[in-house]
Ligand binder design. Structure first.
Ligand SMILES: O=C(O)c1cc(=O)[nH]c(=O)n1[C@@H]1O[C@H](COP(=O)(O)O)[C@@H](O)[C@H]1O
Length: 278
């Protein structure tokens, strides 16, 4: 078992390197833009260029599994190696695979992504609560054992999200509210930042939900989807200090030169530092 919880590790790294989370989303159009072939070799060149340029400069990374799965086992091998290299460089890796299934199957995902010796061992995993918050229990249990964390979808950045997330549950709160309640309970005994986070899109403009969950709030949707650093305070209010601002295409579009990637990451980190009160 790791001595440092995910929440503590995340807070430390964000304090040391800035709050920016760089999403590694190797879209086909970005491979084209970088002059790389749309193959597993192109994927590897793209991904390792990002790792080489930013692994010891940026605190948090969020590889998007979908763009690696696209190339089958060769793509997953790149994802494995990139995750290992980022963590070896002291960065925190949030694996964006948005897993969610019945409890016993969830245990399989937890073994793959959260267990200390799992093949894709990451600091945290994005998960989907739509089979019921309780279905996540095996992942919660594994996270507590291995010192890793979870980010549970709550108020996502896409326009279709509210169709389900704003619906009212039998017990009273909205679906998003029930997710946030569940996370608040999981983080209740945490000293400092808890390890169980919510995904709240930077694009949602504002919310009546209580975002004070004593845990991290992953905020994708910045840059390419229209969210801005200046808009974060309106969305997150008093919880803004716990925001992990995540941006993928906006940063990756500044490649392939290492200097371009580094300048884009530094610029974003400076903007988020100011807004989030670092
Ligand atoms: O869980 C996520 O990271 C996520 C949740 C959400 O509500 N919206 C969202 O865009 N994401 C992910 O964040 C990334 C956004 O990428 P960019 O729009 O290029 O910055 C993608 O990998 C999405 O899958």
């Amino acid at each position: 078992m790791s001595n440092e919880t995910f929440g503590a590790r995340l807070r430390r790294v964000m304090d040391e390197r800035g709050p920016l989370c760089v999403g590694i989303d190797p879209h086909q159009h970005l491979l084209d833009q970088w002059g790389l072939p749309d193959t597993a070799d192109g994927l590897a060149s793209f991904t390792y260029a990002v790792v080489d340029a930013l692994a010891d400069r940026v605190g948090v990374f969020k590889p998007q599994s979908a763009f690696f799965e696209r190339f089958g086992s060769a793509g997953i091998a790149v994802l494995e190696q990139a995750t290992r290299r980022l963590r070896d460089a002291g960065a925190v890796v949030i694996m964006d695979a948005k897993r969610g299934d019945i409890g016993t199957t969830m245990a399989g995902y937890a073994a793959a992504y959260l267990a200390e010796k799992g093949p894709l061992a990451s600091d945290a995993l994005t998960v989907s609560p739509y089979l019921g918050f309780g279905s996540l229990q095996p992942a919660i249990d594994e996270a507590r054992v291995s010192g890793s964390g979870l980010f549970v979808l709550a108020l996502t950045s896409n326009p279709e999200g509210p169709q389900f997330q704003s619906a009212v549950t039998v017990a009273g709160p909205t679906v998003a509210g029930a997710v946030l309640d569940g996370l608040r309970e999981l983080n209740a005994d945490a000293e400092g930042l808890g390890s169980f986070g919510a995904v709240v899109g930077a694009t949602i403009s504002s919310t009546d939900e209580d975002l004070d969950i004593n845990g991290p709030l992953l905020a994708p949707g910045l840059g390419a989807q229209g969210g801005t650093a200046e808009g974060l305070e309106a969305v997150f209010g008093a919880a803004v200090r716990n925001v992990v601002p995540s941006s993928s295409r906006e940063i990756l579009g500044a490649g392939p030169d290492a200097a371009g990637l580094q300048a884009a990451a530094d610029r974003a980190n400076d903007a988020y530092r100011t807004v989030l009160g670092y």
